[in-house]
Structure formats: C-alpha cells, structure tokens
Ligand binder design. Structure first.
Ligand code: GTR
Length: 408
C-alpha cells in the first residue's frame, strides 16, 4: 500500500443503516437492518440459497488415533448430502486434538480446500479427492497453507473438504454439484437474476460441515470458526453471514466480493470477476459491472452482517488483485456496528467531515495498519508482507484472534 490515501471510486458507500428511520440500537440492527441486508446480498450478489436440503448420512471411512506424531485423532467421513432432487457424496477430513474430550471439546476451524483433502497433508492414508478435476493434485501440495501441527498444538480441531466436491469450479458444472440437488438442468442453464451461484453452494457446504460437527462429541461446534483463502474466503464470509451458528470468521485475501469494497478503485472489479467467474454469483450481479453505484450494498455491510460475532480480515502487501486497502477500508466502515454491540473494530476514532462526500477515514487516512501487526478487536485486520497466499504467519494471527475472541 502506498502512503497516500486512495479515493473511493464513488465517494458514498451504502449506509450501515437503511433509508428508513430506525433507532441505532443492537436490537434494531439484529431484527431489522441485518435481515434486510442479507436479503439484498441474496438478491443482488450471491443469490438465494434454497431451503430443504441437508446431511442425510455420515459414515466414517478411516481413523488414525495418533496422527501428526500423536498430536491428533484424524478421521475421514463420507457425508451424504441431500436435496429435493437426490444425493451427493462428499469427503470430510477432521483432525481433533488428542486431549479433547466430550466434557472438554475442541474449538474448530472449518474451511474448504482448493486441491483435495489429500493436498493438506502428505499422509498417504488420506483418500484422494473424488472431485471431477482434470488433474489430481500431488499429496501434500498445500501443506504450507495448512500448518496442521501448529493449529492442533494450540488446541483447535480442523475440519476441511475439497470445494470441488461440492461443485466443480467451472461454468456449466452446477448440476453435478450441490446446486443440482435443488434445480434441474434447464433451470440451471437459464438462471434467474436471484438464483444462487457457486459461492452460495460452497457456503452451503460449510454449513453442512457444521451440521456434521454438531454430532461429534469431542468437537465444540458452538466454537466453529469459518475460514477461507481467496474465493474460499468469499464463501466463508457468506456462510458466516447467513448461518449464525458460526461463532466467528476469518477471511484471508478474499478480495472482490469478499472483504474488499467494490467502490474502492483498485484491484479486481465486478466486470473482471463476472467475466472470469460468471458461475460464482446471482444471475443479476453482472448488471452492476457498468454502474457499481446502483448496487445497494458494499462489502463492509457483509462484515457488519456477521457482527457481533468476531471477524478477522487478512491481506498481503503484494496482493493488488484482492486490494488490501479496500479490505482494510471495509473493516473501518463496518466497525461502528461492532462498537454498537460493545466490541471494537479497526476504526478507533470516528471523524465527521461536514460538507464532503469523501468518507472521513479516507480524508484523514487514519490508522494505516502496520505490516505484520493485528489491529482492531472483535473486528480485526492484519497485513502481511508478500503475495497472494496463506502461510503460517497468517495462521499465527488467526489463532491469536480466535484465542482472544472465540475462547475468551
Ligand atoms: C482469482 C479471482 C479472485 C480470487 C482468486 C483465488 O483469479 O479473480 O477473485 O478469488 O482467484 O481464489 O485465488
């Protein structure tokens, strides 16, 4: 990030509070504005998640009572997902600290992986992903992104699933994935403006993992932290916004349609993302590519919709595509809602600059985050040196954030 402030493309962000007069109280937020915002995100960005599906069955397919040099129990499960039009089988990989018991269950990080459960660890016992992929990743390719021992040593369980088992990440593949549990081929080929996209499907999958974890005695599903990197960070935010059972969320470099503001003039735009990934969104989202001002939400409102549950946003200095400054600004603008609930966000002082359209914190350029330091409270942020990635440094912030906000 440069030292000089960058303007928002359009100075005015949609208000935290709606156009109709509502008292600024936690109750008004929870009963009125939050549900209203979720409807707007459903209608215009991610699409509407249908009701009526769920987990029909779980079957354990493997167990290692002393995985990771005795640190954890590792199990794999075949989860049968169901909807009005059929079933799909997906694989869940779960590590639980060995000391966890039914009377002292472990909090859990719940996140999807990019390349198959077998990519998060080189352990040859882990089943290869069954997702329809042109190439199967090597075992352990993503170990660097999943510092399992470090997470387990801190007392957290980890549950993960290959996102392409929920839906392959290509246009035209919805019917083979979980969206095909709800809609026939014809409906999926001609989606209406509010129909859900793949991000919605992956978010739905995160909630189904939580359904499974609720049945596991040594896992504390009430202390589940949704997390994800990049497109999977978008899915984690959308899952946590909709499903209040998630106790917290960590977004790593989720960028456009994740933590970053659409109206900040940097990084990926709605035009770019809907060109490259038309299948991710509600059918009607693309219309905002040419006029972002018409979009009735921006992403600070998605962060706010998760409040008062803790949210951590992580960026990297060289990840220009995900727009680190746009992600930080988003946390600043969501902060007042976290304060409303008695917590704190990244915005420490609220300035009012009368007679200007430009947002106060941009004018003042306050609280530029130092690299490598986590700032904020229940809504927090860190900026790491380097490229688009998730590494052990990021995880050490996630773990500190979880210790302070989920366990405390
Ligand atoms: C990019 C995409 C981003 C982000 C990223 C990722 O190509 O433009 O929005 O999701 O992929 O998932 O790594």
């Amino acid at each position: 990030m440069s030292d000089s402030p960058r303007p928002l493309k359009h100075a005015r962000l949609p208000d935290l509070w709606g156009p109709d007069e509502v008292p600024h109280t936690p109750e008004a937020w929870s009963s009125h504005r939050r549900p209203q915002l979720l409807e707007l995100f459903r209608d215009h960005v991610y699409g509407r998640t249908p009701e009526g599906g769920g987990v029909a069955n779980i079957r354990r397919i493997s167990r290692d009572a002393a995985a990771l040099d005795g640190l954890a129990e590792r199990t794999e499960w075949t989860v049968t997902l169901t909807g009005p039009l059929g079933t799909r089988h997906v694989s869940l990989l779960l590590y639980v600290p060995r000391e966890a018991t039914a009377s002292d269950p472990a909090p859990v990080f719940v996140g999807l992986n990019f390349n198959g459960n077998h990519s998060v660890s080189a352990d040859a016992a882990i089943a290869l992903s069954q997702a329809p992929m042109p190439e199967i990743a090597e075992r352990g390719t993503d170990e660097r992104r999943w510092p399992l021992s470090m997470i387990l040593e801190r007392g957290y369980a980890i549950a993960t699933m290959h996102y392409c088992e929920l839906e392959a990440d290509l246009p035209g593949h919805a019917s083979g994935g979980v969206r095909g549990l709800f809609h026939g081929e014809a409906e999926l080929e001609r989606p209406d403006s509010r129909s859900w996209g793949a991000i919605g499907a992956w978010a739905w999958g995160l909630s189904r993992i939580l359904d499974v974890l609720e049945t596991m005695p040594t896992v504390d599903a009430a202390a589940a932290i949704a997390h994800g990197h990049s497109r999977l960070g978008k899915a984690a935010l959308w899952a946590a916004a909709q499903d209040q059972r998630f106790a917290a969320v960590v977004s790593n470099e989720s960028g456009c349609a994740g933590a970053s503001l659409f109206r900040h003039s940097a990084g990926e735009t709605i035009a770019m993302i809907t060109d490259a990934f038309p299948h991710w969104f509600a059918g009607g989202f693309r219309q905002f590519a040419t006029d972002v001002d018409q979009l009735p939400v921006d992403q600070h409102l998605l962060l706010a919709a998760i409040a008062p549950r803790p949210v951590h946003v992580a960026s990297a200095t060289l990840d220009f595509h995900a727009d680190p400054r746009g992600e930080y600004l988003s946390t600043l603008h969501a902060s007042p809602i976290f304060s409303l609930f008695g917590g704190s966000g990244t915005l420490l002082t609220q300035l009012h600059v009368p007679g200007t359209d430009v947002l106060p914190c941009v004018v003042a350029n306050l609280h530029e985050p130092a690299v490598g330091r986590r700032v904020g409270g229940r809504l927090s942020y860190h900026l790491r040196f380097g490229e688009h990635d998730v590494i052990a440094d990021d995880w050490s912030h996630f773990l500190d954030f979880a210790d302070e906000n989920v366990l405390a």
